[in-house]
Design a protein around this ligand. Sequence first.
Ligand code: COA
Length: 355
Amino acid sequence: MAENLVPKGLDGVAVDVTSIATTDNSGNLLYRGYRAIDLADRKSFEEVAHLILFGKLPSADESAKFREFLKKNSALGGRIPEIMKIEKQTNLMDSLRSYVSLEPYRNSEAGLLLAEIASKFPQIISSSARINEGKAPLHSIDGSYAENLYYLLTEKNNPRYARFFEKLLILYMEHEFNASTFALRVAASTLTDPVSAIVAAISTLKGPLHGGANSEVLTYLLSFKSEEEALKFVEEKLQRKEKIMGFGHRVYKEKDPRAQFVKIELKKLIGNTDVYRYATAIEEYIWEKKKLPANLDFYAALYLKTLGIDEKFYLPIFACSRVFGWGAHYLEQQADNKIIRPLSVYTGPTGLTLE
Ligand code: COA
């Protein structure tokens, strides 16, 4: 069979080198050499975004400057708010994809332009959602990236919840050659501009097998009235050979360290409540029956719900963070570029002749 000659989904294939992130032998996700969970626990979003994008943890002064840069550039320019009123898009990922293309950017140096693009994600998502609901856009607050994003999504200024939120944002930031990043690297390898490459990544993140799993997890987790009901649901799904959202991962075959970190944080927020127990029971059951680990999206969904964030924002939130990883990959690809153009094994007809 010709199909057996190709590594479907590039499963197990290394396609390039990277110094941005990896998973070490103990299953830890590393950002530029540091454990992502340690960074989430002890660093700010801006510090980690600087580390990912520019390759170095910033000094206090660099960190303040970067934070200021993100704040200063975050407002939407041109006619975007006007266009949002006319062209209402119900899917926020579609809004993000469109408005990232339309924004008039000020910076031309690639690193700064990538940071500028990223800085606008929170306003695009928040304003687009609010305009769709007939509400006026909110002005950003004078807080950190996480505090501001939290405010723009909830209308609440809550530093404690914003800090919990920030930890998840940090864990979403980077994951080497995931599908959206790979799409971006393919685009970057043609020497296209940063905006076009980021649009390719947004489009790829939108798919349910990549970024769209977290809100589906919430739908089933919140539907159960008992642990038995929860386990019956997963058992039936497994029997029907259906995918259960929030489980499985191309890289993590035993444990997703990010999911385990968020699980601990979630317990700090909600304690041993019914829904927390259903979630952990499902995790244990699926591991026992199928040896599939819970991935980050499994616990992230409940975590975001607990923080009072509406489901429609879950995937765009992922994008607000991952955009810094995408930026780093754009720069890395272009620093040592060769166009990504693989081969295929042809299985169609040959030698057909026209009448
Ligand atoms: N529920 C049930 N079975 C699953 C599963 C899930 N979530 N994820 C994988 N499996 C099963 C597959 O059906 C396959 O079983 P088989 O060997 O009997 O055919 C086996 O586990 C291997 O899975 P595969 O789909 O080949 O793994 P992958 O590396 O190609 O895919 C994902 C990884 C993440 C796309 C996949 O696990 C998935 O679709 N998960 C659900 C979506 C999700 O949570 N995405 C967020 C990712 S962070």
